[in-house]
Design a protein around this ligand. Structure first.
Ligand code: COA
Length: 298
């Protein structure tokens, strides 16, 4: 029998480079390699509203990525953390995160960790806060709804930015004006107005395999359902997604009826001050985030 030949095939150096200077198709190939649904356009969107780094090898291949979204001087989310499958469990994730933590030093941090990443963030002292339910599927048109009590629904316009920034800020805990302004330009928005005041809103945009609904901010399940209903009806029979922390209750029942079962979960974690300002059982009457803008954006 011929002697078995062995050779080392993975011995190369990587360096950190600016994600914004990276070819979009290469970033897209990286997220496809880990089974993520992002389109090149979705990468372009996160590049416009955040900052990031890539791990690049000697011949320009992208082997990893990590981004941060600094909403204000005090708070940022971290997302789009990926290492190429053949490198995983070799320390590249830790290495990338070390660079990210240097760049966002001084800020409180939040992120939504996949199962694969939970241990990485735990090692970096992030604490678990909540579970996020990724609900998606082929949407089913929900039954007609009565008009929301005492309110009217209307399509959002660019002039509504101040009102949604205020409502979102009360729920999210930071001012996301730049992100929301950018989202308004590529989303269909629905607002619930009572007594001239915006009491709930939802945005829905193309993402991944279809459309994603988010963010959604409301003070109760009925209002959240009222602003999500028009998107579910509009996208019936097509792929629709919504990421929520609502585990049970009328809102999550409504999502199931719309053909959006829970398909995966991620874990909201934070480093520094606690992120989620509205704790379970303490939420009545206060605006809260019923749907995330995305797992990376919070
Ligand atoms: C999550 C991810 C970025 C980790 O990158 P990595 O290069 O494997 O990270 P490291 O080698 O530095 O390992 C970091 C820790 O995670 C652990 N780990 C790595 N892959 C793991 C997996 N698939 N399941 C469980 N733990 C895992 C390592 O053992 C290590 O633990 P330790 O620090 O206690 O030793 C990578 O697995 C990945 O890209 N996954 C797919 C995309 C994804 O889920 N991204 C996270 C978005 S929040």
């Amino acid at each position: 029998m011929a002697p078995r030949e062995a050779r080392v095939v993975d011995s190369f150096e990587m360096h950190i480079a600016d994600l914004n200077a990276t070819d979009l198709d290469r970033l897209h190939a990286l997220s496809i390699s880990v089974g993520w649904p992002h389109r090149a356009e979705d990468w372009q969107f996160v590049r416009e509203v955040g900052e990031g780094i890539v791990a690049m090898d000697e011949i320009g291949r992208i082997q990893g990525s990590a981004m941060w979204f600094p909403y204000d001087a005090h708070f940022a989310t971290i997302g789009m953390v990926i290492t190429s499958p053949r490198l995983q469990s070799n320390g590249a994730g830790q290495w990338l995160m070390g660079h990210v933590l240097d760049r966002v030093a001084g800020r409180d941090l939040g992120l939504n960790a996949t199962r694969a990443a939970r241990r990485l963030y735990h090692t970096l002292n992030f604490s678990r806060e909540a579970c996020v339910y990724q609900c998606n599927g082929e949407a089913i048109a929900p039954p007609e709804l009565d008009r929301p009590a005492g309110g009217v629904l209307r399509v959002l316009e660019l002039g509504d930015l101040d009102a949604i920034v205020e409502l979102d800020g009360a729920a999210f805990g930071a001012d996301r004006r730049i992100l929301l302004g950018r989202l308004l330009t590529c989303s269909k928005g629905i607002g619930l107005i009572r007594g001239g005041k915006m009491e709930a809103f939802s945005l829905c945009r193309p993402f991944g395999r279809g459309h994603v609904i988010g963010p959604v901010v409301a003070t109760n399940d009925e209002d959240a359902i009222a602003v999500v209903h028009p998107h579910a009806a509009r996208h019936a029979a097509t792929f629709l997604r919504l990421d929520t922390r609502e585990k049970k209750g009328r809102f999550s029942d409504f999502l199931s009826r719309c053909g959006l079962p829970v398909c995966d979960t991620v874990t909201t974690m934070s480093l520094g001050r606690r992120w989620l300002t509205v704790r379970e059982g303490d939420a009545r009457g206060k605006p809260r985030t019923y749907a995330l803008a995305s797992q990376a954006l919070g």
